[in-house]
Design a protein around this ligand. Structure first.
Ligand code: G
Ligand code: G
Ligand code: MN
Ligand code: NA
Length: 254
């Protein structure tokens, strides 16, 4: 309850902010996307990790307002960056199942699109594998509505859930995001990475793009590239950055 009260006051006093982590094309090394990630900084300067407060925000329903705020901020940020010359970059926003199941979700997406004038093709929503796999009929309908708006869909934390392949094949999605647990198994000395390589193969068969998250070493990046993974994200390229730092980082990268 105390954490919930402080989350309320964090929202009110604007101690929530967003950081952005670049996503790169593994072949060309070009920046192709940004993932928006929420942060909460306490008055004393310490951080509350999203893994702790997102579940709370979900249970209390606050995630609806917070998620809508993240979506709009992220769209604004991308439009601003495009104005500064960043082209061909998409923005990925994490969406909680509570948001997704909210009857107003599609309307909220529409108004975020029109209010921020982001091109829908530049927006991607990330939903986790476990959310994507539940309630097939509802998911199918909602995902189709999202797609009709021109927005693309990535399945986050892929490999950690229990995907039904027949269900996966039916879903109108664009990208699989290999969970970082499977990327960390990929190193030059250990022959791990069976799951990563299966996900890449699955993506190839279903004609989905594949992105790997949590890439920390050149060896991991090289292995993923060799396996046919399209894109990557991780500390090797950049940590999640505030809007101000991101602007400089993009400029420096050219
Ligand atoms: O940034 P970090 O690795 O600490 O994120 C931890 C988890 O919090 C990740 O699973 C991420 O998807 C989730 N997360 C971060 N930002 C958001 C957000 O804006 N909305 C939702 N629903 N989840 C988020
Ligand atoms: O679950 P989701 O994929 O949305 O969460 C992404 C989280 O992973 C973010 O909290 C981000 O801070 C974290 N992250 C991003 N890159 C790396 C990395 O290279 N290594 C590790 N350990 N964490 C990372
Ligand atoms: Mn994510
Ligand atoms: Na993930």
């Amino acid at each position: 309850v105390r954490l919930l009260q402080s989350l309320r006051s964090a929202v009110e006093s604007e101690r929530l902010f967003i950081v952005y982590q670049p996503q790169v094309d593994l072949i060309t090394n070009a920046v192709v996307g940004l993932e928006a990630l929420i942060r909460w900084r306490n008055e004393d300067g310490t951080f509350v990790p999203p893994d702790r407060f997102i579940p709370l925000a979900e249970a209390s329903g606050m995630i609806i307002a917070i998620g809508d705020w993240v979506l709009r901020m992220a769209c604004h940020e991308l439009v601003r960056l495009q104005g500064q010359g960043a082209k061909d970059i998409r923005m990925s926003v994490n969406v909680s199942q509570i948001q997704f199941r909210n009857p107003e979700f599609i309307d909220k997406l529409k108004s975020a699109l029109s209010d921020t004038s982001i091109q829908p093709e530049c927006l991607e929503l990330e939903i986790t594998e476990s959310v994507a796999m539940e309630d097939a009929d509802f998911m199918l309908e909602t995902l189709h509505s999202v797609r009709e708006l021109g927005i693309s869909i990535a399945i986050d934390d892929f490999g950690t859930g229990y995907s039904s392949l027949s269900q996966l094949r039916q879903l109108p999605i664009d990208r699989l995001k290999i969970d970082r647990a499977f990327v960390s198994e990929l190193s030059d000395d250990v022959m791990g990475g069976h799951i990563a390589s299966m996900v890449i193969e699955l993506g190839r068969n279903l004609q989905l793009k594949v992105i790997a998250e949590g890439i920390e070493s050149e060896a991991q990046a090289a292995r993923l590239k060799q396996l046919g993974c399209h894109e990557g994200q991780g500390y090797l390229y950049a940590k999640p950055m505030t809007s101000v730092l991101l602007k400089d980082w993009l400029k420096e990268r050219g």
